[in-house]
Design a protein around this ligand. Sequence first.
Ligand code: PXL
Length: 274
Amino acid sequence: MTYKRILTIQDISCVGQCSLTVALPILSVCGLETAILPSAVLSTHTAGFSGYTFRDLTDDIPAIAEHWEKEKIAFDAVYTGYLGSAKQIAYVKAIIANLLKKGGASFVDPAMADNGKLYPAFDENYVEAMKELCFAAEYCLPNITEACFLTGIEYREQYDEKYTAELLGAMKENGAQNVILTGVGYMPDKTGVVVLENGKTSYYEHKKISKGCHGTGDVYASAFVGLFMNGGNACEAAKLAADFTVSCIENTQDDPQHWYGVKFEPLLHLLSSK
Ligand code: PXL
């Protein structure tokens, strides 16, 4: 097998087990050479901590990308998560256009909203920019809230298969190629993931753990990308990534002091042989 190099672009939340501190170990344990481009540096993530610092690295990106181009550095895949600003999204689009190898894969996790609401740092302007990135990606990984913001469909807490089909249909109409729609549950104690790949839809349902944990979207997306890059099968990667994320939550749920992320590190080995 050829040795694959992936670039992941997201923030460094120094403390909080999300974004790059999750993506780097997960992609590495999946056997991928992982290059990083930090979109911003925060002292912690923004979900539950107050008074965090935020240094936007948008203005560093063009020179970094230019240097890579000069060095003829290119990537087999680019995977983006939480980004710093709408302006940055334009730079990220250029990086995908210029530094992704021919036939390489692009994965975009919009990482901008959950539970019906945008994360504190984002506004409509950011959503508009994110639409372009998501609809141009080979694989887009929104949760239901993000799919609503991307398509303009109203967010609902209660829904059925017709509603998720409507969301996926609207994503497709807007140009999305393949969609991994996360956090989809039709029964009270169940959740799951709907995969739309090459026009075909499938659903993987699994148990829902009542305790919601921060950072699980990043754990899921990173595991999906790492597994997909090894196997090339989106349904299988979606299922294994879901099982891994559930195990991480189970490993954390009895520790009330660990509210800010999941204890995924002791379970990384589960991904290494897949
Ligand atoms: O987990 C997504 C995420 C990533 N990075 C930062 C965040 C969040 C979610 O709130 O605040 C900085």
